[in-house]
Design a protein around this ligand. Structure first.
Ligand code: TXA
Ligand code: MG
Length: 348
């Protein structure tokens, strides 16, 4: 299949491009589009056949449900009948935006979308392209991140192009995504709201609106409540080690590791904060990627997947990533880095 790539204005999307994309969605085809978090691979959420195609194209495990994206509250009511007080408060505070609410689903939503669960993840994205596409299509759009399963999520049109070119009819390329990590998935089906996946809206901000909020911490013999969280997502091909602790110790361990890897003719990539960069630069790694300042976690979040993808593109064998504080957005950043490392974490 030939894939068309349309460069679209991310602030004021051209109506003719939105119409072209919306028609494909209505015909049961797939369209990749930007959201404020990461790019989504969208299909009509009410069309089981179209949604099944998403799983095929991504190579996504069948048991991993899709998030349904809406542009107005009539759509919300068509996908859940249980729009409770907590959901209303969350929507008022954080929608449109990077928050997915898990609620009981209606019969309109095919089992393919919910992966057989009785609940559905619902999100109203704030990206103008995403919102106008859903509105024009006139149906809720089911969309996982627009990467091949297991790869880091795409935060730029070029990432989608590299992963899905030849597999889908259209990519709307609106440039870089602002947030850079996926939405927070918040389960509102229980008594106390529970974060199933940390993301763009922090626990602290949710607590301001909801009071007590729990975090799902699956143990070894217990599956995570968001099926997708059990997979080793976000992983580059190179072996990633996550280093956590005092800066001095991290710097000296990285320096040693660079020398050791080079003596074995392996390429080393460093993902670090601005504050550590000059020290590590002088150690001559094959790639030095500055994630951003440790004082601005939003910068780190926005560049993280770009850094992971760059390591792959440059054939990096060993990736050393500097951990950041788990406060605020740092919690989501560290969750992704831990997963990317396959739990190869060094506490220094
Ligand atoms: O920011 C985002 O959320 C992006 C953009 C495109 O909106 N989408 C995204 O989708 O990250 P995906 O499919 O890559 O991740 C969805 C996550 C998975 O971990 C999935 O298991 C979980 O949300 N999820 C979806 N529906 C659920 C449900 N009903 N119950 C529990 N977890 C659910
Ligand atoms: Mg994903």
């Amino acid at each position: 299949m030939e894939t068309k790539r349309i460069y679209i204005d991310s602030q004021t999307p051209e109506p003719e491009y939105i119409e072209e994309a919306a028609k494909l969605i209505q015909k049961g085809q797939l369209v990749a589009f930007p959201t404020e978090t990461v790019y989504g691979l969208g299909a009509n959420a009410l069309d089981a056949h179209a949604c099944a195609e998403i799983f095929k194209v991504k190579g996504r495990p069948q048991d991993n449900p899709l998030i349904v994206h809406v542009s107005n509250f009539d759509m919300v009511r068509s996908v859940t009948e249980d729009w409770n007080e907590q959901a209303k408060r969350c929507a008022e505070a954080f929608w449109p935006g990077p928050l997915t609410l898990v609620l009981p689903k209606t019969a309109f939503i095919p089992d393919t979308v919910s992966a057989g669960l009785g609940s559905i993840g619902i999100r109203m994205p704030s990206h103008p392209v995403a919102l106008s596409l859903i509105e024009k299509a006139g149906v809720p759009i089911a969309a996982p991140s627009a990467n091949l399963s297991g790869k880091p999520s795409p935060t730029n049109g070029i990432h989608v192009w590299k992963d899905l070119q030849g597999r889908i009819p259209l990519v709307l390329d609106g440039g870089a995504c602002n947030v850079g990590v996926e939405s927070t998935v918040l389960d509102l089906t229980g008594k106390v709201p529970m974060i199933l996946r940390p993301g763009g809206i922090t626990k602290e901000r949710l607590e301001e609106v909801l009071g007590e909020v729990k975090v799902d911490h699956p143990s070894e013999n217990q599956a995570p409540k968001a099926p997708g969280m059990k997979y080793r997502h976000y992983a580059p091909t190179g072996e990633l080690y996550l280093l956590i602790g005092e800066r001095e110790k991290i710097l000296s361990r990285m320096t040693e590791a660079i020398q050791k890897a080079h003596s074995r003719l392996r390429k080393v990539g460093i993902l670090c904060t601005l504050e550590s960069a000059s020290e590590l630069h002088s150690q001559l790694p094959d790639l030095l990627f500055v994630l951003g300042s440790e004082k601005r976690p939003e910068e780190v979040a926005a560049s993280l997947y770009e850094g992971l993808r760059l390591c792959d593109e440059q054939g990096i064998d060993v990736i050393l990533a500097e951990g950041v504080s788990k406060n605020g957005l740092g919690f989501a950043i560290m969750n992704r880095l831990e997963k990317a490392s396959g739990q190869k974490i060094l506490y220094l």
